[in-house]
Design a protein around this ligand. Structure first.
Ligand SMILES: Cc1cc2nc3c(=O)[nH]c(=O)nc-3n(C[C@H](O)[C@H](O)[C@H](O)COP(=O)(O)O)c2cc1C
Length: 190
């Protein structure tokens, strides 16, 4: 028989989630990277995403000023940098220099992309919701830059080969092996 459920106070336990590196710029030549776990897709068409950021973050001012940011997806090769950008502030240090990550020009927005990231999702803020500890930046995705090395000869993108990571209750994990594809639970066997 299953154990009894234990009642916990309300909190945040929707895990695993992505841990992405978000890049921002101030429009005066300064840019920064911060790690964000409170992020996700909110609409398919128009493509929209969100990030939730505490106002005390150094990046917050840049975000608010330009209304633009880039969500850079992370990988096993980038996990150390991902953690670092989430525990050091751009107020005190240059995280580009410290991590060795390379800023690149985005296609549409003024914030830079991280060249080492396999997917850069360029976003423009449409709405800011001051929810409480975090302010939610709702944004439209205005361009996506993918690293060509993960495209096969047919143009199919192999995200799995980039070795994406997830963040779960304080821990980073890689993904080990495919278990099914979208809708497989109701698909008729051939
Ligand atoms: C895995 C991870 C996830 C994080 N998620 C968020 C988040 O969703 N929102 C947020 O405001 N801070 C988040 N942080 C904390 C910021 O990344 C951290 O405070 C960072 O130093 C802010 O950088 P900045 O001061 O240069 O902007 C996260 C940190 C880590 C390590």
């Amino acid at each position: 028989m299953a154990e009894e459920k234990v009642l916990w106070k309300p909190g945040n336990l929707i895990y695993p989630v992505p841990a992405v590196m978000v890049t921002v710029a101030d429009g005066e030549g300064n840019s920064n990277i911060l790690t964000i776990a409170w992020t996700g897709t909110v609409c398919t068409n128009p493509p929209m995403a969100y990030i939730s950021v505490r106002p005390e973050r150094y990046s917050y001012g840049m975000l608010k000023k330009t209304g633009e940011f880039v969500i850079n997806l992370t990988t096993e090769a980038l996990v150390r940098a991902t953690d670092y950008c989430g525990v050091r502030s751009g107020r005190d240090t240059d995280k580009w220099k410290d991590t060795g990550l390379t800023p690149g020009k985005a296609s549409v927005v003024s914030a830079p992309i991280i060249r080492e990231s396999p997917v850069n999702i360029e976003c423009r803020v449409t709405e800011i919701k001051e929810l409480g500890s975090h302010h939610m930046f709702l944004a439209e995705v205005v361009a996506i830059d993918v690293d060509g090395q993960w495209l096969d000869e047919k143009g199919k993108f192999h995200l799995e080969k980039t070795k994406p990571i997830v963040y779960s209750h304080g821990e980073y994990y890689g993904l080990n092996g495919l278990l099914g594809t979208f809708g497989y639970s109701i698909r008729k066997k051939k």
